[in-house]
Design a protein around this ligand. Structure first.
Ligand code: BES
Ligand code: MN
Ligand code: ZN
Length: 492
């Protein structure tokens, strides 16, 4: 699919389908001069459709009709944009997605969109529409023996009233390629996507996009004293992989940052096993942090900002076997801190502990970690909103702005120090879990033990990593959250 800006009137466009956006009104929609002329040209089809369906421009409401066979435009879509007072880039993103889904169903080849731009921000608006179109059309058929609707019919989309948007469309395609990589990594089941194949994916990324890559094997991690990460990895038949991708800008970097992603290709819970009904069958998503990290790497390597970025993940599986970590075992992390593992299902923080210690040694300006860390965060904020914690006000401001712009919501949660008392161990420096209440907060406090001074933020993505059903720009399945936020942040 190619997306173009066309500074022409709807009266001059010909093709399979035209989608026209309308803001919500109390009364049935009316047509402006241009649309009235088009309506006349199309023998009154538009006004008839509006009358018949009583279109009022409500959010998400799309009415479609066929115009005729020899008309310059063969199908018309009346697209509700909701109240103009609620209009935002996110409206455009969701509208783009909704139109794309219908275009696909209707097997439309050439499509034009007549949508308003937000705040005279033509570039931002075109980018948001394109994001919605591209992401909604992505369908993961890799695991079907007979992949249906594989051949996408949609060939061109013309954004009417937009011009000189080639650059923003290219950038949007680059960002979306990162989002799609993250989705595909998370969608892939744990028998296909393993620590070994994650390392192979990193190699491909490095090779195809000119990133530097360092992979630490088990022995290397042992030498660095990563007892916490390796404790989790013990029961797996597969070797753990500590993956470090680096994007170096051509000139002197304006700043140096790291993204660290939790990379559990499967989380069985270990010996404190996840019982049936706990969602164990969906625990392939537990590398969603690493998936988003790789996705961001793919996007950043193409966008080439003047920032040095490190993409890091300690990848393994949390399994059971005779070699498994036992509840009560004490591990020593690479910063020398000791951890009494009272629950082997709180494994993500154990892997992240060593990843954070390693990352801090790189002496960067900021570290952001992403993790499907706790069910408690999903209980607190639901499926759509990530939990956000940070030790730094500036970093908080930057990431909030980036998330606002991408439409990937997150909510700041407290790093309430006295909750850490729940994690005190009589025998080691700390336990790895506290009580059930405040579980997302104690998890964040645990991670904080492994950061000394670098500005740090932690994003718990256990909810938004996955969508049970299609909604907004998300199709059912992995969402690629929060690749677009990370990209915005790095570019800001
Ligand atoms: N991977 C899970 C968290 C999770 C839950 C991710 C739902 C995605 C969806 C994590 O490793 C885990 O098991 N956390 C435990 C922590 C508890 C043992 C303190 C949890 O949330 O129950
Ligand atoms: Mn777990
Ligand atoms: Zn986990």
């Amino acid at each position: 699919m190619k997306i173009y800006g066309k500074e022409i009137s709807v009266l001059d466009w010909t093709g399979d389908a035209l989608a026209v956006g309308f803001f919500e009104r109390e009364e049935i929609l009316t047509l402006n001069d241009e649309m009235t002329q088009l309506d006349q040209k199309l023998l009154g089809t538009i006004s008839e459709l509006i009358q018949e369906k009583e279109c009022k421009g409500k959010t998400g409401c799309i009415c479609l009709t066929r115009v005729g066979s020899n008309t310059p435009i063969r199908k018309i879509m009346i697209v509700g944009l909701g109240k103009s007072s609620d209009f935002s880039l996110n409206t455009l993103r969701k509208t783009g997605a909704a139109i794309a889904r219908i275009a696909k169903k209707e097997k439309i080849k050439t499509l034009a969109l007549q949508l308003p731009n937000f705040n005279e921000d033509k570039e931002g608006s075109a980018g948001a529409i394109a994001e919605g179109l591209i992401l909604a059309l992505h369908q993961d058929n890799r695991f079907k023996s007979d992949p249906q609707d594989q051949d996408l019919k949609l060939e061109t989309v013309d954004l009417l009233g937009f011009s000189a948007i080639e650059t923003v469309i290219t950038r949007t395609e680059q960002i979306c390629s990162g989002v799609i990589l993250a989705k595909e990594l998370v969608n892939a089941p744990a028998n296909v996507l393993t620590p070994v194949t994650m390392a192979e994916t990193a190699k491909e990324l490095a090779h195809n996009y000119g990133l530097k890559l360092e992979i630490l094997e088990q022995e290397d991690c042992e030498k660095l004293g990563m007892g916490s990460f390796l404790g989790v990895a013990k029961a797996s038949e597969l070797p753990p992989k500590f993956i470090h991708l680096i994007y170096n800008p051509s000139g002197t970097p304006r700043r140096k940052v790291a993204i660290v992603g939790k990379g559990l290709t499967f989380d069985s819970g270990g010996l404190n096993l996840k019982v049936s009904g706990s969602g164990i069958e969906s625990m392939k998503v537990d590398m969603g942090g690493a998936g988003a990290t790789f996705g961001a790497a793919k996007a950043i390597a193409q966008l080439k900002p003047d920032v040095e970025v490190h993409f890091i993940s300690a990848v393994t599986e949390n399994m059971i076997s005779g070699r498994a970590l036992r509840p009560g075992d004490i591990l020593t992390a690479s910063n020398g801190k000791t951890i009494e593992v009272n629950n082997t299902d709180a494994e993500g923080r154990l892997t992240l502990a060593d990843a954070l210690v390693y990352t801090e040694k790189l002496e960067l300006d900021a570290i952001v970690d992403l993790a499907t860390l706790t069910g408690a965060c999903v209980v607190a904020l639901g499926d759509d909103i990530a939990g956000f914690w940070s030790t730094d006000e500036n970093l908080t401001k930057e990431l909030k702005q980036a998330s606002e712009a991408s439409g990937e919501p997150m909510w700041e949660m407290p790093l309430k120090e006295n909750y850490f008392e729940l994690m005190k161990s009589p025998i080691a420096d700390m336990k790895n879990t506290g009580s059930r209440s405040g579980g997302a907060i104690t998890a964040a406090l645990f991670l904080k033990q492994f950061i000394e001074k670098t500005p740090w933020a932690h994003i718990d993505i256990a909810g938004p990593v996955w969508a049970d059903k299609e909604s907004g720009i998300n199709n059912q399945g992995a969402t690629g959250y929060p690749v677009r936020t990370l990209v915005n942040w790095i570019l800001s």
